[in-house]
Design a protein around this ligand. Structure first.
Ligand code: PYC
Length: 331
């Protein structure tokens, strides 16, 4: 595979200028460029530049409003709602998360519901923001149907990612983000592009048969991680991100989508909890004693630690050359 090296500033600027050239205003373009640069910075390639062509498709088809101005409303002291007005999720999050953090820090627990957004990114930026403010964060969003509930060969659930972050003052938080599918669709697509196989149990082909061929899975269905248990968590994500917000379930997102290849319209729920108010004084020392016990075990690593380690490398990032050429062609 032929590659090119780009600095983080170049990654940011390439994304920003591509979004501006395709109808985004400065606020939307900058919010998206920031999320993509941070994904590449942390080594989350499946949420980085790889997503730019999909974002552009949905601007060009008119599905996403690149000039939308999200609005924030406090429904109660604990319930914050952002209507994205049809924007990509990052700008709506940038508007809602500070209000959520302030509410949770004041009263202990608060929830942010986001509707009328198009989410195609990782979810750790949302929960990590909360952990950086001393709060526990939980976020989830539903997506297009791609995953067969356990027992079925028909897709109904989205890849339905869920993210959790725990604050560790003075240290990087515990922060992970995982698809409830056996593998994130982006990773399946990247494996297909690179001609690699994926583990058995990742998904089924169009005939409902198990396969290790990622291209066949992309044309068939993914399976939930962990059988019935993962399936139950994917169901929880549908109910929290769609039932609770009033936005599209994954199957509704597909029915209402124009299938341009970009992110469908959907919702997201983000919950923030204050350990300082809930557990009280000493919460951090107590949790850190547990973390010490955990990390003293041979072979254990803290979820998110690899991303945070990648982040310390401020040098340039190696990117697939044909992807960069494709993105240049979109301006
Ligand atoms: O990575 O598949 C994904 C995803 C879906 C919604 C947000 N991220």
């Amino acid at each position: 595979m032929s590659t090119l090296c780009l600095t983080l500033d170049e990654i940011y600027e390439l994304t920003r200028s591509t979004m501006l050239a395709n109808g985004c205003d400065e606020a939307n373009a900058a919010a998206l460029a920031d999320i993509i640069m941070r994904a590449e910075r942390d080594g989350s390639h499946s949420h980085g530049l790889f997503r730019v062509p999909g974002y552009v498709k949905s601007l060009r088809s008119g599905k996403v409003d690149g000039k939308a101005k999200p609005t924030v409303v406090k429904k109660t002291r604990a319930l914050i709602h952002v209507d994205g007005g049809g924007c990509f999720a990052p700008l709506a999050q940038a508007v809602g998360l500070p209000v959520l953090a302030e509410a949770a820090a004041e009263i202990g627990v608060a929830a942010l519901s986001l509707t009328n957004i198009h989410h195609f990114a990782a979810l750790w930026p949302e929960t990590e923001f909360l952990a950086d403010h001393g709060l526990v964060g939980i976020a989830c969003t539903a997506y297009m149907p791609m995953v067969a509930p356990a027992g079925s060969t028909e897709k109904l659930f989205g890849t339905n990612p869920i993210s959790f972050a725990w604050p560790r003052p003075g240290k990087p938080p515990v922060c992970y983000d995982m698809a409830t599918a056996s593998m994130a669709l982006g990773d399946v697509q990247i494996a297909a592009r690179e001609g690699k196989t994926v583990p058995l149990g990742t998904g089924l082909d169009a005939e409902g048969k198990e396969t290790t061929d990622p291209a066949k899975i992309a044309a068939g269905v993914l399976l939930p991680f962990g059988g019935y248990k993962g399936s139950a968590i994917a169901l929880m994500v549908e109910l929290l991100a769609a039932g609770l917000t009033g936005e599209n379930f994954s199957f509704e997102a597909a029915e209402n989508d124009n299938h341009d290849g970009g992110p469908p319209r959907g919702g997201e729920i983000v919950i923030a909890l204050s350990p300082a108010l809930i557990a009280g004084e000493g919460w951090n020392a107590h949790a850190e004693a547990f973390m010490e016990r955990l990390t003293s075990l041979e072979g254990v690593r803290v979820p998110g630690a690899r991303r945070h380690a990648n982040r310390m490398d401020t040098g340039s990032r190696t990117i697939n050359k044909s992807l960069i050429e494709t993105i240049h062609g979109l301006s």
